[in-house]
Design a protein around this ligand. Structure first.
Ligand code: F6R
Length: 359
């Protein structure tokens, strides 16, 4: 059932446009976000959101926390489930506890959900599997509608989690009346563009396939970005680690000078996320510092960057969330093409299971 694709992961990357349309359908009115599955009282008395997850779902949590504060205007914190469980957290009942999980079965995430419920918090799960343990346990659920994800490395599930969390951040603002009608309409317009933005074009894929051969060796990768592109950098690095078995780290661009830049040399591969609509000049100067120390730079941007050794162009968008989704696709394709060149089974990477139901 790979339908001509080499791996399920590849098929799932190509499916993202379609599943994102499914995720958005019925949830976007002209001037409002609609979540018919939610009881309007869910946000009553809520002053804070706590997001909790593992792995790729944790990266979706971290990325969306920027949106919850910026658009939703609500205080937001993010937790790794396996950490939260044992840190004896102070949980307050004015906090909405949101778990994010593709499978709905991840043991640590499920346990934090039970813990939050026991502490009297309202709970919401963003999940891809209806009738999963988390969907049954939580007070409310929003399904991501990505369809079955077979590749162990999560792609389309992450994409749909991001779309749902972005919509939910707007839903919070709309419910609390902290967003003006024009901004909300504009955001809804952007959401509608996402399915087209993630469509994979042959020339982009071919360009990534060709340049991937330069990134098979060396002593490691840094994926760097700022703001919401920092969690995306973490996710890019995780994808590469999982399926290529190469060492990769995600880092905030502005933190490189606080230590990691000591590693810079031609064998250090830097994948630089440089969207023009979000702190471009700041990121650019961080990347120039790395380039000056001879790091090999692969820039992903909608603005040409001469200091890059390799350049992967994304389309010129006028909002950073569209740049976010297109950059996500580039990172998925890049890690997949590197792993395929290394001869790995990208659908079934060594040592990994699709659903982690043990602690
Ligand atoms: C990475 C990946 C894992 C999962 C993590 C949580 O590609 O798939 O990191 O994201 O195990 O799984 P869920 O989302 O099912 O709770």
């Amino acid at each position: 059932q790979k339908e001509g694709f080499r791996f399920f992961m590849e098929k799932e990357i190509y499916e993202q446009s379609e599943v994102l349309s499914d995720t958005l359908i019925g949830r976007l009115a002209e001037d409002a976000i609609l979540f018919d599955e939610l009881n309007p009282s869910l946000l009553e008395g809520i002053n804070e959101i706590k997001l909790c997850a593992c792995g790729t779902s944790y990266h979706a949590a971290l990325a969306s926390s920027y949106l919850f504060e910026r658009l939703g205007k609500i205080r937001t914190s993010v937790e790794i489930a396996s950490e939260l469980r044992y840190k004896e957290p102070l949980l307050c009942t004015d906090t909405l506890f949101v778990v994010i999980s593709q499978s709905g079965e991840t043991a640590d995430t499920l346990e934090t959900l039970k813990m939050a419920k026991a502490a009297g918090l309202k709970t919401l799960v963003v999940c891809n599997v209806d009738n999963s343990s988390m969907v049954r346990e939580a007070d409310a659920a929003i399904l991501t509608r990505a369809g079955i994800e077979k590749g162990v490395a999560s792609t389309k599930a992450f994409a749909t989690q991001m779309a749902v969390l972005w919509m939910f951040s707007l839903y919070v603002a709309q419910t609390k009346d902290t967003i003006d009608a024009e901004t909300l309409r504009k955001q809804i317009g952007l959401l509608r563009e996402v399915p087209a933005v993630v469509r994979v074009h042959d020339d982009l894929h071919e360009r990534i396939r060709r340049l991937s051969k330069r990134y098979l060796h060396g002593h490691g990768f840094f994926f760097i970005g700022r703001d919401i592109f920092f969690p995306l950098a973490l996710e890019g690095a995780l994808k590469l680690k999982e399926i290529s078995y190469l060492h990769a780290e995600g880092y905030p661009s502005g933190e490189m000078k606080h230590g990691p830049i000591a590693l810079a040399d031609p064998e250090l591969f830097t994948i630089a996320l440089m969207p023009k609509n979000l702190l471009y000049d700041k990121t650019k100067s961080n990347v120039e510092e790395l380039s000056a120390r001879d790091a090999t730079i692969c820039a992903i941007s909608d603005v040409p960057f001469e200091k890059a050794d390799d350049f992967i162009p994304i389309a010129a968008h006028d909002h950073y969330m569209l740049e976010f989704f297109e950059t996500m696709v580039v990172l998925q394709l890049l890690s997949m093409e590197i792993a395929i060149r290394l001869g790995n089974d990208v659908d079934m990477p060594r040592n990994l299971a699709k659903s982690v139901t043990v602690e």
